[in-house]
Design a protein. Structure first.
Length: 156
């Protein structure tokens, strides 16, 4: 019995330490990504949603913050818990959600089978006269900031 415990204990410690290292890797990879407002419903701001709040409440945003620039379409599908709207087409994967007049569209664009950009468009009062819409871009820490004109816009 003592021998079995001594054999199991080191294996348990090794597994737990490996899980801790993996968790640290996931946390550190997430720290390299952040949301940058590209277009707001008011000049230089999004009046109805902050990046911090969006990051906490939106599952799709949390998933795509873990996507890395060198990920392939297959790896992105693996990392994201949701099924894309359609198969990989036009060098992009897209997800769309509607809830109570609110709308979110997430797009991952690819170039040469690697992630090029990750964009989110959110709207409240979608398709109504008082619709307000904001667009966010996921950036990596240290990534050069591009002008709004070079950012591709999303179609509805």
């Amino acid at each position: 019995m003592k021998k079995a415990i001594f054999l199991i204990l080191p294996m348990t410690l090794m597994v737990c330490s490996n899980l801790k290292v993996q968790a640290q890797r996931v946390d550190s990879s997430r720290e390299r990504a952040y949301l940058a407002l590209v277009k707001g419903d008011t000049p230089n701001s999004c009046s109805f949603m902050s990046a911090d709040y969006l990051e906490r409440v939106s599952d799709i945003v949390q998933d795509l913050l873990f996507v890395r620039p060198d990920d392939s379409p297959e790896w992105v599908r693996y990392k994201v818990r949701f099924t894309p709207d359609r198969d990989y087409a036009r060098n992009a994967l897209e997800w769309t959600a509607f809830a109570g007049g609110n709308y979110i569209k997430a797009v991952v664009d690819f170039r040469n089978n690697s992630v090029q950009s990750r964009t989110f468009t959110m709207a409240i009062n979608y398709n109504q006269p008082n619709e307000r819409r904001c667009q966010w871009l996921v950036r990596e820490v240290g990534q050069e900031i591009q002008s709004n004109s070079s950012t591709s816009s999303l179609n509805r």
